[in-house]
Design a protein around this ligand. Structure first.
Ligand SMILES: Cc1cc2nc3c(=O)[nH]c(=O)nc-3n(C[C@H](O)[C@H](O)[C@H](O)COP(=O)(O)OP(=O)(O)OC[C@H]3O[C@@H](n4cnc5c(N)ncnc54)[C@H](O)[C@@H]3O)c2cc1C
Length: 568
């Protein structure tokens, strides 16, 4: 939406198409709760936000990209206010900010705990003002159109009818979100199947830093629904089975001095980086210190001390979710939580201008890897990233489109025909396959959890890589029961699984190749960070067999690699 508005503003004669497989308001962004980061208070500085982001990324972020991101963020947040976003405020009317994990200072803007909902609505209603934006709601992009060595649009299925169309364009921007569905227990909506990543990957663009998968420490037991970090930002604490704040026993990135009640870490340990908090859970589990129930092991998130009024004003959605999906009222009871797959730091390799290596193809948002998140994203940087890099993608793609006519129409038409044939082959009753989509998806998610979960090591990762190869082969025999084209959700699930398998392979193969521990990538067989060999972005390229892994440089400008710290 942000990219579309930016592109539409470049030239009113440009025709901007927004293609979305769901009605845009149902995009995963709507589920974001906690808020978005941007320097606004006098006690904060760009320098602080830059340092937190780089340190949080375990030095894998590109520092030029982080610097521009941080500097452009406040302007975008104010712009969003002008477009109607109802930011929560202080009693004196100024913007209110809340603390978030891994940030030294409170800098997360929020709209209660429904930030994503309000952001998406503000952008959507603004986009309606532009007559040159046309929406293709519930159209599914199945392939990129490539001709003359550049991207010239997408092949899309109009889901209502099942018809296949070529949507041509001088430039194309992927804003297709993440792919958390490659894992079993995830906060990610079922539509987050990494489609855009796989589409770019198939067109020869590298997927960057895919081994870095973020676990959020507080997913609601059972469903995996996110209990936002804002809950801890407001003062929530994590307790093990003995009712102890167990984080004090774990290394969260800074020497602990918990005997001193005034030490900031006694207040902020729950706001340590997400990767460290998730790892601490596994260590507690190994030590037998967590609770165990029919839905697996968990710990408690306690916000009872905040009181009903604070909970209802600042965390109303958390109360609603805990009541509806775990049957506990956080005003009186503790919330059962455990780590859950939440976000992919990796994605389509782009430069700071949002352009990919394929001319005419741009990417922004969670599907892209600029990279500002490196080996671990700080909470509340992601929504801001959508705005800053969405704007850039829109501007730059529009500039490219104005200079390039559609060409090589024969090749583009041939690709539409190829997609039609592929769909027809899925529909073919005589196809003879006997593999089920749900079974394959389940097996993929299980092997991902086993091999490339919170802690990783060579043997289990190798088994996951092999297993994914087998699943890829078995996918060719997938069987569909629904052979009617109109609104065929089974066909869509098959195409999504095809994309998921690509994403899963890029994650597993990038992980096994990186023989060090950094941020969210923790290897028990290589427990230390190794800057000499791996202060590098990994780049996965698709081949007919296993992905090929190469490495690219990380841009270091003013902040040489150091140990990670937070909360100081
Ligand atoms: C529960 C939850 C809470 C979060 N809370 C926060 C937070 O408080 N702060 C923060 O900074 N970040 C948060 N995040 C992360 C952040 O919300 C996401 O990274 C971000 O919203 C992703 O936005 P996006 O525009 O890249 O993708 P999405 O919002 O996922 O949108 C993707 C779009 O692409 C379309 N699409 C995908 N595939 C296709 C296809 N094949 N054909 C056509 N269209 C397609 C979809 O229809 C959709 O419109 C949270 C994430 C989750 C899951």
């Amino acid at each position: 939406m942000r990219a579309a508005i930016a592109a539409a503003e470049v030239d009113p004669d440009l025709d901007v198409a927004v293609v979305s497989k769901v009605y845009p308001m149902r995009s995963h962004t709507v589920a974001a709760e906690g808020g978005m980061a941007g320097v606004v208070k006098d006690n904060d500085s760009f320098e602080n936000h830059i340092y937190d982001t780089i340190s949080g990324s375990d030095w894998l972020a590109d520092q030029d990209a982080v610097e521009e991101f941080v500097k452009e963020a406040p302007g975008e947040l104010i712009q969003l206010e002008h477009w109607g976003c109802p930011w929560s405020r202080e009693p004196d009317g100024r913007i209110s900010v809340r603390p978030f994990g891994g940030m030294q200072i409170e800098r997360t803007w929020y709209a209660a705990d429904k930030t994503g909902f309000h952001v998406l609505h503000s952008l959507f209603q603004t986009s309606l003002k532009y007559n040159n934006i046309t929406r293709y709601d519930e159209w599914f992009a199945a392939e990129l159109l490539v001709g003359d060595g550049r991207c010239q649009g997408v092949v899309a299925i109009e889901q209502r009818t099942g018809e296949v169309h070529g949507i041509v364009g001088g430039a194309t921007i992927m804003c297709t979100g993440g792919g958390g569905q490659v894992f079993k227990f995830t906060t990610n909506a079922s539509i987050k199947t990494g489609d855009g990543m796989a589409l770019a990957y198939r067109a020869g663009v590298a997927l960057k830093d895919m081994e870095f998968v973020q676990y959020h420490p507080t997913g609601l037991l059972g469903s995996g629904i996110l209990i936002t970090e804002a809950t801890r930002g407001e003062g929530g604490v994590l307790l093990n089975k003995d009712g102890q704040r167990y984080l004090q026993d774990h290394d969260l990135g800074e020497p602990l001095d918990v005997t001193d009640p005034e030490h900031p870490q006694t207040r902020t340990m729950e706001l340590g980086p997400r990767d460290r908090l998730s790892q601490a859970f596994i260590r507690e589990e190994e030590a037998g210190n967590v609770l165990v129930g029919p839905q697996g092991s968990y710990v408690h998130l306690d916000i009872r001390h905040l009181g009903e009024e604070v909970i209802d004003t600042r965390l109303p959605f958390v109360r609603e979710l805990a009541r509806n999906y775990a049957g506990v009222d956080p005003v009186h009871e503790m919330i059962p939580v455990r780590p859950v797959v939440h976000y992919m730091m990796g994605g389509i390799d782009t430069g700071i201008d949002a352009a990919t290596s394929l001319p005419g193809l741009y990417a922004a948002g969670e599907c892209a890897c600029v990279s500002i998140n490196g080996a671990n994203r700080l909470g509340s940087n992601s929504l801001t990233e959508l705005l800053v890099f969405g704007l850039r993608a829109g501007h730059n793609a529009a500039g490219f489109a104005l200079k390039h006519e559609i060409s090589d129409k024969g090749a583009l038409e041939a690709q539409v025909v190829t997609v039609k044939k592929r769909i027809a082959s899925f529909m073919d009753k005589g196809h003879g396959g006997d593999e089920r989509i749900a079974v394959l998806k389940n097996e993929m998610a299980e092997t991902m959890e086993e091999g490339v979960g919170i802690f990783r090591q060579e043997g289990s990762m190798r088994r996951t890589c092999d297993r994914l190869g087998e699943l890829r082969a078995r996918f060719e025999n997938v069987k569909l029961d629904d052979t009617v084209l109109r609104h065929n959700t089974e066909l869509r699930a098959a195409l999504e699984l095809d994309f998921l398998l690509d994403v899963a392979q890029s994650v597993a193969f990038s992980a096994i190749a990186r023989q060090e521990s950094r941020g969210s990538h923790q290897r028990t067989d290589f427990p230390a960070r190794n800057d000499e060999r791996y202060l590098k972005h990994s780049l996965a390229y698709r081949t007919d067999g296993e992905p090929q892994i190469e490495y690219g440089d990380v841009t270091i400008t003013r902040w040489p690699p150091a140990d990670r710290v937070y909360g100081n």
